[in-house]
Design a protein around this ligand. Structure first.
Ligand SMILES: [Zn+2]
Length: 167
């Protein structure tokens, strides 16, 4: 199980939310939600609220909040990682992703069960598949995943987090 903090992103931060899910953070995101509802959900579920909206940041009665400054998604990811505890990194690295689309948990599934859900060349080439327990989307360790991992590694390096190779 993950002991990463749970997050909730405001309506302006949809792509940031996807990346944080890939990194393994339980991240709620709604395309449309009233500010008051956003703040209430964050507090009720003890989620760190991510927002670009200084109006939200000035509200009374907020719980934990990270005010995002950058327009750029990768800079935003770095801002979030820098604001959170660096020790979270060890939990992220084994690749305990969540579904980028819906924030569901991914489960390792039997190869046969995904035969109809993935391209044939992928099915023939790979053996490890994961399915979202919520929306059913199938993920696998392919070239796309490697590309993502490299980007994530770069983000982490730029955040000055030492990647421990010994443990
Ligand atoms: Zn899903």
């Amino acid at each position: 199980m993950s002991d990463l903090p749970c997050l909730i992103a405001d309506v302006m931060l949809g792509s940031l939310a996807k990346w944080l899910r890939i990194l393994g953070f339980d991240t709620l995101y709604f395309r449309t939600i009233e500010d008051s509802e956003l703040v209430r959900t964050a507090k009720q579920q003890q989620r760190v609220l991510l927002t670009r909206d200084t109006g939200i940041a000035r509200r009374k009665g907020l719980g934990s909040l990270i005010l995002i400054a950058s327009d750029d998604t990768f800079q935003q990811v770095k801002e979030v990682l820098a604001a959170l505890n660096a020790r979270s990194l060890k939990v992220i690295l084994p690749g305990q992703s969540r579904c980028a689309e819906c924030n569901g948990e991914l489960h390792f599934v039997d190869k046969k069960s995904v035969a109809d859900d993935v391209p044939e060349h992928v099915f023939l080439a790979l053996n490890s598949f994961f399915r979202c327990g919520n929306c059913g989307k199938v993920y696998w360790d392919g070239s796309h995943k490697q590309h993502i991992d490299e980007k994530i590694r770069k983000i982490i390096e730029e955040t000055h987090w030492a990647i421990s190779e010994s443990d």
